[in-house]
Design a protein around this ligand. Structure first.
Ligand code: GDP
Ligand code: MG
Length: 439
């Protein structure tokens, strides 16, 4: 997979613009990469179409190769589609929060039920587990054993009771005992059948859960999309747990589940033990789907180049005297980033690295500058000279940010120094380290 993207990368290299044709070529490679990560074919097609649109609309930053920019767009889009941030489990004001587990047999529902309870326990949430899988002789025992292991009570009525009734009484018990969250484990089948769906629907109707989590085995591959569609259409899910990610699957199912249902993956299972549950992080999954190490390095490299191009753009701005306080702030943030700093320094011949002390000072200064600049009006930010000539403006800003007028004066003088310095550098005059102290 990584090699394929590397190929796409090479094909794009050395061309100055993202054009219709070289995107087509690269998209084909991305498509192949996603398919080998087990993303559903239709999902791949839709995703690729989206990225294509984005890539064509995107401006290529100067100093960045189109291929780098493109790789970054693919990665960003992948992260965005999968939800950007982790979305935690619901918690309602009036306990108990009711969670219903759904999924095919063997996907890891029962295990995930216990894992989830342990996870919630660590957040000081109390749980009750409810065993409704009356079809497999060992299923109830399995949950009871897991419950003992993590010290969480399990509600069960034996193997002769009606699953819907067990669920109903389980929730009632949770209310009586005042637990925070009740998690209902259900029976699965090896394949989707209407008995299972009917029973799930009835349990859902009866207990009105706040979360219905679809447990999906990440090794399901292509089928994950159809499975998700069926469960979402017939039962309605609010999220998913992707299990068995400790195996060597790439996790393409994550993208399929998200695209098909629009619902977030909330957790991932990474082992058989009860501790082996982690919150789902879209950026990590994106890296995994794109083949981990190698492509991720390309993405990081691209990000670095983009930061660098940003710095170059800024220099142009300074030359034309359009450089203002907002740019100044951006520039300081950029400098704070060690990676970018190293990169920026490389651009300037004869310039060494800043010491740790200087970086620490920069950090403190950045915070202060941010506060001061935030207290400026938009006009003042655009036109720094307004401040040089107006003590009342400087006083107002200082008060607003909780600093002294002197701090504002220093900021203005540093801003001016930086602008002059950058202008000198752009003209090819090298001021050396002494001049960098203020930055
Ligand atoms: P259920 O039929 O959906 O309730 O599935 P179970 O919870 O009984 O799990 C089926 C099998 O998958 C068991 O052997 C579990 O130990 C195993 N399992 C569940 N989750 C994971 C996981 O995240 N990683 C690994 N490696 N195995 C898992
Ligand atoms: Mg089970």
């Amino acid at each position: 997979l990584a090699e394929r993207l590397e190929d796409a990368w090479k094909k794009l290299r050395g061309q100055d613009k993202i054009s219709q044709s070289n995107i087509q070529e690269a998209l084909k490679e991305v498509r192949r990469a996603l398919l080998s990560a087990d993303v559903n074919l239709q999902v791949v097609k839709d995703f690729v179409a989206d990225v294509e649109t984005k890539a064509q609309g995107a401006e290529v930053l100067s100093g960045v190769r189109p291929d780098q920019q493109f790789i970054k767009i693919v990665y960003d889009e992948l992260v965005q589609v999968m939800g950007e941030t982790n979305i935690p489990l619901a918690q309602v004001d009036t306990a108990p929060t009711i969670v219903l587990m759904a999924g095919l047999q063997g996907t890891g529902k029962t295990t995930a039920t216990a894992k989830l309870a342990l996870h919630l326990q660590k957040q000081n949430r109390t749980c009750l587990l409810v065993a409704t899988d009356v079809y497999r002789p060992a299923a109830i025992d399995q949950l009871v054993t897991l419950g003992q292991q993590i010290n969480v009570p399990v509600f069960e009525l034996g193997a002769d009771a009606d699953p819907v009734e067990i669920a109903r009484q389980g929730v009632a018990r949770a209310k009586e005992t005042g637990v925070d969250t009740v998690i209902i484990d259900t029976a699965g089948r090896l394949q989707i059948d209407q008995d299972m769906m009917g029973e799930l629907a009835r349990i859902k109707q009866t207990v009105q859960p706040h979360e219905t989590l679809l447990v999906v085995d990440s090794m399901t591959g292509q089928e994950a999309a159809n499975l998700t569609r069926t469960f979402h259409d017939q039962i309605g899910i609010t999220g998913a747990i992707l299990t068995k990610l400790d195996g060597d699957t790439r996790g393409g199912a994550a993208l399929s589940v998200r695209r098909v249902s629009g619902q977030p993956i909330k957790f991932v299972g990474v082992g058989e033990k009860v501790e082996a549950l982690q919150p789902f992080y879209p950026d990590r999954m994106a890296s995994r789907i794109l083949g981990m190490g190698d492509v991720l390095t390309l993405v990081e490299k691209a990000q670095e180049e983009i930061d660098l191009a940003d710095a170059e753009k800024m220099q142009e701005k300074m030359l034309t005297a359009k450089f203002d306080f907002s740019d100044f702030l951006k520039q300081m943030r950029l400098l704070k980033n060690m990676g970018s700093l190293g990169g920026l320094m490389k651009m300037i011949p004869g310039m060494g690295k800043l010491s740790a002390d200087q970086l620490q000072q920069g950090e403190t200064k950045l915070k202060q500058s941010e506060a001061l600049i935030n207290s400026m009006t938009a006009e003042e930010r655009r036109n720094p000279d307004l401040l040089a000539s107006s003590p009342s403006r400087r006083r107002r800003i200082a008060r607003g940010a909780g600093y002294t007028e002197r701090d504002v004066t220093n900021l203005v003088s540093e801003f001016t120094k930086m602008r002059n310095l950058m202008q000198q550098m752009s003209r090819g005059q090298m001021p050396g380290m002494a001049g960098m102290g203020g930055m």
